[in-house]
Ligand binder design. Structure first.
Ligand code: PMP
Length: 382
């Protein structure tokens, strides 16, 4: 699908890419220059596996602003948050271990679980994310105690849904009761354009030593700055962090100190503070355009949750419609999306698809949805 997504004659709602036209080119350039002029040797030398000091300080401050506390031995910088997930699996999950996930969930996490040989059990989510009671039942039903619960609780990839405050607390308490790691993957949490803020699960965990033991928080600069920095980070118990640091030592010794110093300079700059509200406004405009266009084109036939933030919209098609088949008709109209099946560990729901509104302008979104409406009509007449 990537070949279609980059073909200029196609309109892509498929990628999970941030808006390149909204990148802060000047801010990132100035941060690069500052990092270089403040310490070119530090930029070019190896760095500590846990991450360089200025970036660690900036990430701690970013976390604290949202109630996430990290002692020195509880924070680790990674090469994107995808790498954090990989190390976490190497450090804590053996082949055959059970991992519980929301149904549907982020395909990149599913791939990592598969590669780790995990037994992935999906639990249906709804507009408020995963239901802790259903998780409790899955824990009871598992042949052995699950090792991990993985969630994207805020503006989820792929559904756009946000888990309610009460479910966050209940899920964390449940994980602590059974001593199961609760992994909160949070690339999109800062990208809220409507509704009230909900604290990260890791902020709830900050108040209690038992809760902190099981809480793992992952985030990234990919969606709030630029993916090319490849800066992610993890906040976890000192024991889990120590094991992940060992995994990173074996894997790549350290994340590029050069990129880390640029990341630190950017996070500390007024440009970053101005950039986040700007991209939130961009995504709001694009989400509004997509929601309106879909309502006009498909009325109530296509059902979706109106997102409060992030980059995704998850469509439930009428029963019996196969999103994979619909994609073929869409390709003929030069428009692409992700068929929902990619987001399920097993027993996929074929009548779902993921649309990303992050990269296209409102005009292009309207044109893309019009093409989709054509494709849908030709699919329906068969
Ligand atoms: N988790 C989720 C839910 C994502 O959507 C993504 C990126 N698409 C990642 C992790 C990985 O991001 P990165 O490695 O760029 O930090």
């Amino acid at each position: 699908m990537a070949q279609f997504a980059v073909n200029p004659s196609f309109i892509s709602f498929a990628g999970g890419y941030p808006a390149a036209d909204a990148f802060d080119f000047d801010g990132i350039r100035r941060a690069s220059e500052k990092a270089w002029s403040q310490g070119a040797k530090d930029c070019l030398q190896y760095g500590a596996t846990e991450g360089v000091a200025p970036l660690r300080a900036a990430l701690k401050a970013l976390g604290l602003a949202r109630g996430i506390h990290a002692e020195d031995d509880q924070l680790m910088v990674t090469t994107g948050s995808q790498q954090a997930l990989d190390f976490l699996l190497r450090a804590t999950v053996a082949p055959g271990d059970t991992v519980l996930v929301e149904r549907p969930t982020y395909p990149g996490a599913l791939q990592a679980f598969r590669l780790a040989g995990a037994r992935v059990v999906g639990i249906d989510g709804d507009a408020e994310g995963i239901d802790p009671q259903a998780v409790a039942r899955a824990i009871e039903a598992a042949p052995s105690k699950p090792k991990m619960i993985y969630v994207v609780p805020t503006f989820a990839n792929p559904t756009g849904a946000t888990m309610s405050e009460s479910r966050r607390r209940d899920l964390l308490a449940l994980a602590a009761k059974h001593d199961i790691l609760l992994v909160e993957d949070d690339p999109y949490g800062l990208l809220r354009f409507s509704g009230d803020a909900v604290a990260p699960i890791a902020a709830h965990a900050a108040k209690d030593a038992e809760l902190r033991k099981v809480s793992v928080y992952l985030s990234t600069l990919s969606k709030v700055a630029v993916p090319a920095l490849r800066i992610g980070w993890m906040v976890a118990s000192s024991e889990v962090t120590r094991r992940c640091v060992m995994a990173k030592q074996v894997s790549d010794l350290c994340t590029s100190p050069w990129m880390q110093h640029i990341g630190a300079a950017y996070l500390d700059s007024p440009e970053f503070a101005a950039h986040v509200p700007r991209i939130i406004a961009t995504y709001k405009e694009r989400a509004d355009a997509m929601v309106t266009a879909l309502h006009q084109a498909f009325d109530k036939e296509w059902v979706f949750l109106v997102p409060d933030g992030g980059m995704f919209l998850w469509v439930k098609l009428p029963r019996g419609v196969d999103a994979g088949e619909l994609l073929k008709a869409a390709l003929a109209q030069k428009v692409v999306f992700v068929p929902g099946a990619a987001c399920y560990a097993s027993e996929p729901d074929a009548a779902c698809l993921r649309m990303s509104y992050s990269t296209a302008s409102p005009e292009v979104i309207r044109e893309g949805v019009a093409r989709l409406a054509h494709a849908y009509r030709s699919y329906c007449v068969g």
